[in-house]
Design a protein around this ligand. Structure first.
Ligand SMILES: [Zn+2]
Ligand SMILES: [Zn+2]
Length: 203
């Protein structure tokens, strides 16, 4: 079944992100999948672990209410088109990964052209071809069945702990207050991460 999210909502997502693109479409469909698997959940009960920080995350933030600021969006810098969603109350969730077949026949040519365009070496024809491929990719992402796009599996990590009400400590090098869980110990001193990195480099 094609994307069931109303056009007006899609328009709002595109406005939020700044443009429409294949990456955003992936996030839109992943959010739709979250709704299918977990039902409609209030912000306080849904958590997302995103394994990418590209365009698609904006759709997830807008559509699911999982945001960095609320602490219910967690980024793992794995560079994968994968999202794990949890229902906090029920303690269950799922991980979805974009199938490589979803990009077959488009993405190889498209990334070659995008590199050429970025390097300023693309002809007008190649730019048009790239736009056409992007359009095709977006259309495929929008029209395909969710199960054609994503592999759905068990989460690969436990559900993240809820609401971060954590104490701050003062870094003994720069004097800036730092969330306790982010501080490091070095030679008996409490340090923030950047100061720890500096000291460790010198050591
Ligand atoms: Zn984008
Ligand atoms: Zn510091």
């Amino acid at each position: 079944m094609k994307c069931q999210i109303p056009d007006e909502t899609i328009e709002q997502v595109v406005n939020f992100h700044g443009h429409s693109c294949p990456g955003l479409a992936i996030g839109i469909r992943a959010s739709e999948l979250a709704r299918r698997e977990l039902g409609e959940l209030p912000d306080s009960e849904i958590v997302c672990v995103a394994e990418t920080d590209m365009c698609g995350v904006d759709a997830v933030q807008y559509l699911t209410g999982c945001t960095f600021g609320k602490g219910n969006l967690i980024h793992r810098d794995y560079g994968k088109m994968a999202f794990t969603f949890f229902n906090r109350k029920e303690g269950r969730g799922f991980r979805c990964l974009l199938k490589s077949e979803a990009r077959n026949g488009i993405s190889d040519e498209m990334s070659k052209l995008q590199r050429k365009i970025a390097a300023g070496e693309a002809s007008e024809e190649e730019q048009m071809r790239c736009n056409e491929l992007r359009r095709q990719m977006e259309e495929r992402l929008t029209m395909s069945d969710l199960d054609e796009l994503f592999e759905v599996m068990e989460p690969k990590e436990p559900m993240p702990r809820s609401a971060r009400i954590l104490a701050s400590l003062v870094c003994e090098a720069c004097g800036e207050a730092t969330m306790e869980s982010r501080t490091r110990r070095f030679a008996g001193r409490t340090l923030c991460q950047p100061c720890f990195d500096r000291v460790e480099q010198k050591a």
